[in-house]
Design a protein around this ligand. Structure first.
Ligand code: HAM
Length: 500
């Protein structure tokens, strides 16, 4: 995105905190070291999922980058090297990546506003207890957890839903339901990295608290579809698979499997496709599910249509009624081409109780783009009364991969209104006056000095400046500055106080 090639300086030469007198690096040695680090960068470059050109060292299948060789010995020198890559699986956001991130978050915010949701926020550091669940979910095994200096067990949150539930409980009866909240925040999971999966990611969450009807699911799917449409993604690129955990609940009831096994069974069943069917069956049986029930579960999860499901479970099962309602509302919203029934969607989090959904790329190249569902009983696991709740999480990484795949990444150049440049060193005060006046009017102004005019023109092009304002001696004497409009190449003089 930037006109400059990105510099990958992988080694930073730091002065150690030792009582040793240090010489600055000679220009020759410095050049040699930078050359060395640029060469290392070719094989060890850190990549961001936001960067469109980054090499793919974020994926575990790719070999770990080689370690850095020790620094060259050079007499009394004691500079130390640090690896300037961020921790594995995490990202820096240089300006071009930050522009993309801000743009994406702006789309998230805009869709949330359109659906009349309010923004909330929570700490990234949470109490560990909030995330301890016994159903054997992967997420609880991926916690960044530790003891703080006060001896408290804390985590860098892997997801936002428990924090949201905590705040709902904290606010108690003071809030009037339903709540429609959204948030965008960073989450941490010690994951095995694949394309679009990282150890930190940002998640856009939209949640509705206090809506027991399928209207909540329908609204949330509406938000997801709106977001895709704004990004230029169509229903032939992406689909949203929908099912309900009540399907599994009905199967368990059919086989008289105790209710207390429900969450654990869901978490195991969600592994279908990730581990073999035989391994899933084995895990189900060791959780206490009979082999007959295991067979029943596997059969039901492979049903391809709602009609077939109805034929097996009967029409009076809640799952069927809920799903039918959602599909009928989808017709009215005008997004039915985006959603399909897929009994195998269960989701890996223990707390879902009803409809669950996941968006996926139809080419099947990427992992889930977003996912969510109804979690009507999460609050009671924290000791509160239950309140119906439904929501989704939408990560920032997979969607960027998809936008790259589809050639839909926006061209987000830097944008500056004016560049102010004094043609003479003595005019630095006058240039400051001009820049300051324009900034007061709300213009973004880059005040440049100590450069050749040729560089300034190139710079203006690079930063997409609208105008170049040259402060020259003879013009200033006449109370004027020279303005060059960069898009039209029009050039004129104007009075300083008429500059707008
Ligand atoms: P989740 O399916 O674990 O659900 O995550 C939601 C989304 O976050 C995923 O579909 C993906 O876009 C993104 N995501 C998750 N893990 C990673 C990762 N390691 N790297 C990159 N992106 C990732 C939840 O977290 C639920 N709390 C969502 C929810 C909100 N349910 C109800 N309300």
């Amino acid at each position: 995105m930037s006109a400059f090639p990105v510099l990958h300086h992988h080694l930073l030469f730091l002065r150690p905190r030792l009582h040793v007198s240090l010489r600055p690096l000679s220009p020759r040695l410095l050049r040699r070291r930078l050359l060395f680090s640029a060469a290392s960068a070719q094989c060890c470059s850190s990549s961001s999922s936001f960067s469109s050109t980054a090499p793919r060292d974020d994926i575990d299948e790719v070999a770990e980058p080689p370690g850095f060789p020790p620094p060259p010995e050079s007499g009394r020198e004691t500079q130390q090297l640090i690896d300037v890559n961020p921790p594995r699986g995490t990202r820096d956001f240089p300006p071009e990546d930050m522009r993309l991130r801000n743009w994406l978050f702006q789309q998230f915010r805009e869709v949330s506003r359109i659906l009349s949701f309010e923004e909330v926020d929570f700490p990234v550091l949470e109490s560990e207890a909030l995330f301890i669940r016994k159903a054997g979910e992967e997420i609880t095994q991926q916690l960044y957890n530790f003891e703080d200096k006060g001896g408290r067990r804390v985590v860098l949150r892997p997801e936002i839903t428990p924090s949201l539930a905590r705040l709902v409980i904290k606010q108690g009866k003071s809030v009037s339901l339903p709540l429609k909240w959204f948030t965008i925040g960073q989450c941490w999971r010690y994951e095995r990295m694949t394309r679009g999966r990282r150890r930190e990611h940002y998640q856009w969450n939209m949640d509705m608290i206090g809506v027991p009807r399928v209207r909540a699911e329908a609204e949330l799917v509406n938000a997801i579809v709106l977001l895709f449409e704004r990004l230029g993604i169509t229903s032939s690129d992406v689909g949203i698979r929908v099912s309900s955990r009540k399907v599994l609940q009905a199967v368990l009831q059919m086989y008289a499997i105790p209710e207390c096994l429900f969450a654990e069974v869901c978490v195991i069943v969600d592994k279908l496709g990730k581990i073999t069917k035989e391994e899933v069956e084995k895990e189900l049986m060791s959780a206490g599910v009979t082999s007959e029930a295991v067979k029943g579960i596997v059969e039901v999860l492979s049903l391809a249509s709602l009609d077939k499901l109805e034929a097996v479970l009967g029409a009076d099962v809640e799952a069927i009624a809920d799903l039918k309602k959602l599909f009928s509302l989808a017709e009215h919203y005008g997004y039915s081409q985006w959603i399909t029934f897929d009994a195998s969607v269960v989701r890996g989090l223990a707390y879902y109780t009803g409809i669950v959904f996941e968006a996926f790329d139809r080419e099947g190249k990427l992992r889930a783009i977003c996912g969510g569902g109804r979690y009507d009983q999460l609050l009671s696991t924290f000791g509160s009364d239950d309140i119906p709740a439904c929501g989704f999480g939408f990560g920032d990484a997979v969607i960027v991969e998809l936008l790259k795949e589809k050639g839909l990444l926006p061209d987000l150049g830097r944008q500056v209104d004016d560049i102010v440049f004094p043609l003479d060193e003595e005019l630095e005060g006058q240039a400051s006056m001009v820049a300051s006046a324009l900034r007061r009017k709300g213009h973004s102004v880059d005040l440049v000095e100590d450069k050749r005019l040729k560089w300034v023109f190139k710079h203006a092009e690079r930063v997409n400046a609208s105008r170049l304002i040259l402060v020259g001696n003879s013009e200033w004497q006449r109370g004027m500055v020279r303005v060059k409009v960069l898009s039209t190449r029009e050039e004129y003089e104007t009075k300083i106080d008429e500059l707008s």
